[in-house]
Design a protein around this ligand. Structure first.
Ligand code: PGA
Length: 252
């Protein structure tokens, strides 16, 4: 059984005081030992403060990015060990905003993935097509290429510790959510790709989140699909009520 996993990606939002307040509001309503795995991913400068709030609660904490080198002259970057030191448990890798705006490639994502796995953190590896790619019928090719490149060189055992987030770029922050059929089709195809690479048993254990304009009113339909194991939530994770409304959409 795949444990449903809902993660909030706060992106480049919130002051420190706002981040602390939001973490407190989320944690206050999530009991420890919730059936759904829940995490929030604050901006890096708030990780320390938010980790302190979430310690011992049922809400985990993730970073939005990391660098693959262990230390050294890499101005502006953060290492896996630094995140571990703060109590961080997850790292989002290859978000489409990083791929498109910051120029991250599958090779970068792959190098980071190896570092994150070696450091014992749980990676959330994002893949997804643009609108042009979908219109040109290339969705599955793009997902295949991104999965193959991003997950290169990892073992089946390591793959079992990876979370995938399928996030169609055209659905991110646009309010234009993929239909449950559109999302399920890609999730099922992605799971087949994972099975071809890592074997059926491992593929059956890998959580694949959907991301892109998930809101409390569309979450239940998406999350009821057989291959959708959770959500990576942007905008709607910035308010405790809407984030928890999405968690409530998981049918247990
Ligand atoms: P959104 O963002 O929920 O605001 O569309 C999702 C994401 O980028 O992870």
């Amino acid at each position: 059984m795949r444990r449903p996993f809902i993660a909030g990606n706060w992106k480049m939002n919130l002051t420190k005081a706002e981040a602390i307040a939001l973490a407190q509001a989320v944690a206050a309503k999530v009991g420890a030992g919730h059936a759904v795995e829940i995490a929030v991913c604050p901006p890096a400068v708030h990780l320390d403060a938010v980790a302190a709030v979430l310690k011992g609660t049922g809400v985990g904490i993730g970073a939005q990015n990391v660098y693959f080198q262990p230390n050294g002259a890499f101005t502006g970057e953060l290492s896996v060990a630094m995140l571990v030191d703060l109590g961080v448990q997850y790292v989002i890798l290859g978000h489409s905003e990083r791929r498109r705006i910051m120029g991250e490639t599958n090779e970068h994502v792959n190098a980071k993935l190896h570092a994150v796995l070696a450091g014992g953190l749980t990676p959330i590896v994002c893949v997804g097509e643009t609108l042009d790619e979908r219109t040109a019928n290339k969705t599955e090719d793009i997902v295949q290429e991104q999965l193959a490149g991003s997950l290169a060189g990892i073992t089946a055992e390591q793959a079992g510790r990876v979370v995938i987030a399928y996030e169609p770029v055209w659905a991110i922050g646009t309010g234009q959510v993929a239909t449950k059929e559109q999302a399920e089709e890609v999730h099922a195809a992605a799971r087949k790709m994972l099975a071809a690479r890592f074997g059926e048993t491992t593929a059956a254990s890998i959580r694949i989140q959907y991301g892109g304009s998930v809101k409390p009113d569309n979450a239940a339909d998406l999350l009821a699909q057989p291959n959708i194991d959770g959500a990576l939530v942007g905008g709607a994770s910035l308010k405790a009520d809407s984030f928890l409304g999405i968690v409530a959409g998981v049918k247990l």
